[in-house]
Design a protein around this ligand. Structure first.
Ligand code: ATP
Length: 684
């Protein structure tokens, strides 16, 4: 296929150029064509030089009459050409481009774009782009001109010439791969026309239509992948079967609380999926502290009571320990064997692995990394993933390789706007816990400056007298766990002195897992009043007696993280407080503090966060599992996400495996752009 050919296929691209292009991810002709302009400059209106005002971006045309070169000071060469147009004479000026004078002798016709300088009698243009006028066609001026993302060594002129050369040649015959119905429905240009318009627009409207085509194309191919993956699991039969509903009824009786209506509804959805013959693929969404883990525990129980194995995967070791303890407390009295799989001692780990393989363990709790490793199960039926955005579509797909098509339940605490959810979790069915357990009171949230931090200490002391506990979270220093740790140690010392009647513990990432667990255990049991900690406690930690969360240097945290941290308190019936100690210096940071004080609603905060930071940051770029879109924006193109989804669904209804001959090109493109989906679907 033409687009798959290496860039060196193009005339003018030698080995050195190819290497430069490779550095910015352009390997094939297709990569080059899909290297879209960052913006455009309208240089289409060619007017006489004198009609432009001082400072205007001007495009003019003229014939060279004379040229001169001067060196006003060291290191500066000034080339000045005088040009003639019908309306008179104007000057064109270049800095440090000594070849110009020779290259453009008198008689050459030039098209020039640049800033107009009217400080002299004769109009003078400081040239930004120029080209020789031979025919009618112009590339760098006299039209709407593309501006590509800046790259070292590779000029704008190069991109324009290469792309134009290709499009005017073989490119004009590129076969279309999107179905005609889609192009018709959204009035979109075919691929050849769209490429021409997005690189060299004839009008901004045509350019917009071309852009829309590529946005929809990209999202459509991606959604096609998600749908194929979903259909694949829907068509599978799982080899395990659970025991009937009655089993779990008795379990619900032993929970120390009544399920909320939302939990009941969600549990019904999950149980129905578990009992179906095809594997479950479900997303469980709910704000911090809404009781997701409690529902997940029901699923783990149902598996164990049916003689099947299950795992609970969590993002941190600390959380693995906590969940192993809390799930163990609930399930072990019922004769269910729960084990924690840690990276700790090799011998201990080996033994647990053997027990898992032998089927002596029913529920395994561990981190994502550990469970994704080489763990053999006797009969794995259910995987619960506590996600917190550290996992993506690809990793989830890979999970299906474990066990005999296990049921998968993904939990997430960050409420995700619907369209984003479609992109991130499009292959999953969704359940939402939209209600908090009864008796919860909003967490009173205040913002204090560093100089007012003494008030926070007073609050901690007063709460300790009442028997409540507090967290103090230390400043987060990007990329330096060492400094984080140091800050935590210092704050711990200071608080110990200031709160001499209280017991103050310390937790940081540099401690050994056993030390961490010991401290956490003391805090959980209530023998520590205060826990000073780095962000290791960010997610999932559950101590309902804790009522104060003090976040030091809170401006360093993103909104989602602040909301997660705040979610560690207000988990019981006592009134709770969140104190943001911060001296924010930017408007954005002040905005974040204000948003936290204004609302408790995770959904609103997530949208706010998304607006302030964009999706890459919001999800943590590297681990987000977010697809790397070239042109589509998860914020701006929400409507297109929905459209792409609907179209992908429709298409697969008629051609579930993309086998029809008219979808051949589509299949090729799809495999080229999203190869990971091909691996985990049944098409080839
Ligand atoms: N229906 C309920 N009634 C009362 N308390 C509940 C109920 N469901 C859960 N809880 C309690 O509320 C707290 C939070 O529940 P859980 O840990 O399941 O929430 P979560 O959604 O997993 O939280 P996070 O996202 O913060 O990890 C726990 O202490 C749990 O025991």
């Amino acid at each position: 296929m033409l687009l798959q050919k290496p860039v060196q296929f193009l005339k003018g691209v030698g080995p050195q150029r190819a290497r430069q292009l490779e550095r910015i991810g352009i390997l094939s002709v297709g990569d080059l064509l899909y290297h879209f302009p960052r913006e455009y400059q309208d240089r289409s209106s060619i007017r006489p030089a004198h009609s432009f005002a001082h400072g205007d971006l001007a495009t003019v045309r003229g014939t060279v009459i004379t040229g001169q070169e001067t060196k006003p000071r060291r290191g500066l060469t000034l080339t000045k050409l005088a040009l003639e147009e019908e309306a008179g004479i104007f000057y064109a000026v270049w800095f440090n481009q000594p070849y110009i004078k020779k290259q453009y002798p008198p008689g050459k016709r030039l098209l020039l774009t640049g800033k107009m300088d009217r400080s002299f009698g004769v109009p003078q243009i400081q040239v930004a782009d120029h080209e020789v006028l031979e025919g009618d066609e112009s590339l760098h001026s006299g039209r709407i001109v593309p501006i590509y993302p800046a790259t070292e060594n590779i000029s704008q002129r190069f991109f324009r010439s290469m792309i134009k050369g290709f499009l005017d040649g073989v490119g004009a015959n590129l076969p279309e791969f999107l179905p005609d119905e889609i192009l018709d429905r959204y009035h979109l240009p075919c691929v050849a026309e769209a490429l021409a318009e997005i690189h060299f627009p004839t009008s901004m409207e045509a350019c917009q239509r071309a852009r829309k085509r590529f946005v929809l194309e990209e999202l459509f191919l991606f959604q096609l992948g998600l749908c194929l993956q979903k259909d694949r699991t829907n068509r599978q039969e799982k080899s395990h079967r659970y025991k009937s509903r009655k089993v779990v009824k008795s379990f619900a009786d032993i929970l120390p609380f009544q399920l909320t209506e939302a939990q009941k509804r969600v549990w019904q959805e999950i149980e129905r999926d578990m009992e179906a013959s095809r594997p479950m693929n479900r997303l469980l969404q709910g704000d911090v502290g809404s009781g997701k883990t409690a529902v997940a525990a029901l699923a783990l129980y149902k598996a164990a009571a049916s003689g099947l194995q299950s795992v609970l995967m969590v993002p941190t070791e600390l959380l693995a320990e906590q969940h192993a303890a809390s799930v163990g407390k609930l399930l072990e009295p019922l004769g269910i064997r729960v084990a924690l799989l840690t990276g700790g001692s090799r011998r201990g780990r080996k033994q647990v692995l053997e027990q898992i393989a032998g089927g002596e363990i029913d529920v395994v709790v561990g981190t994502h990394a550990l469970i994704q490793g080489p763990v053999q199960f006797k009969q794995l039926a259910l995987v619960v993933v506590d996600e917190q955005h550290r996992f993506g579509v690809r990793q989830r797909a890979a999970l299906q390789d474990k066990g005999h098509r296990p049921d998968i339940l993904v939990m997430t605490a960050t409420p995700i706007p619907r369209t984003l959810a479609l992109t991130l979790y499009g292959e999953l069915e969704a359940s939402v816990i939209d209600e908090l357990p009864p008796g919860r009171q909003p967490v009173k949230t205040y913002h204090l400056s560093l100089s007012q931090a003494g008030k926070a200490v007073g609050l901690i002391r007063q709460q300790a007298v009442e028997g409540r506990q507090s967290y103090v979270v230390c400043p987060l220093v990007e990329e330096s766990e060492k400094i984080d740790t140091q800050a935590a140690i210092e704050l711990h010392e200071r608080l110990k002195r200031a709160l001499s009647t209280c017991s103050v513990g310390l937790l940081h990432g540099k401690m050994k897992p056993a030390e961490k667990e010991a401290v956490m255990g003391e805090f959980r049991s209530g023998s520590l009043d205060i826990l000073v900690s780095t962000t290791v406690i960010e997610v999932g930690v559950d101590v309902p007696n804790a009522t104060v969360m003090v976040i030091w240097d809170a401006q360093r945290f993103g909104l989602s993280q602040l909301h997660q941290l705040r979610g560690r308190v207000g988990r019981g019936k006592h009134l709770s407080y969140c104190i943001l100690v911060a001296d924010p210096s930017t408007r954005e940071a002040r905005e974040r503090m204000a948003a936290m004080c204004r609302t408790q609603n995770g959904f609103i905060l997530a949208e706010e966060d998304l607006k302030l930071r964009g999706p890459g940051e919001f999800f943590g770029t590297r681990q987000s599992g977010l697809p790397d879109f070239k042109i589509a924006s998860l914020i701006k193109d929400q409507r297109e996400i929905e459209q792409a989804r609907a179209e992908a669904r429709q298409l697969l209804k008629d051609d579930p495996d993309l086998r029809l001959p008219q979808h051949r090109e589509l299949l090729n493109q799809f495999a080229l752009r999203f190869p990971e989906f091909v691996k985990y679907s049944e098409i080839s």
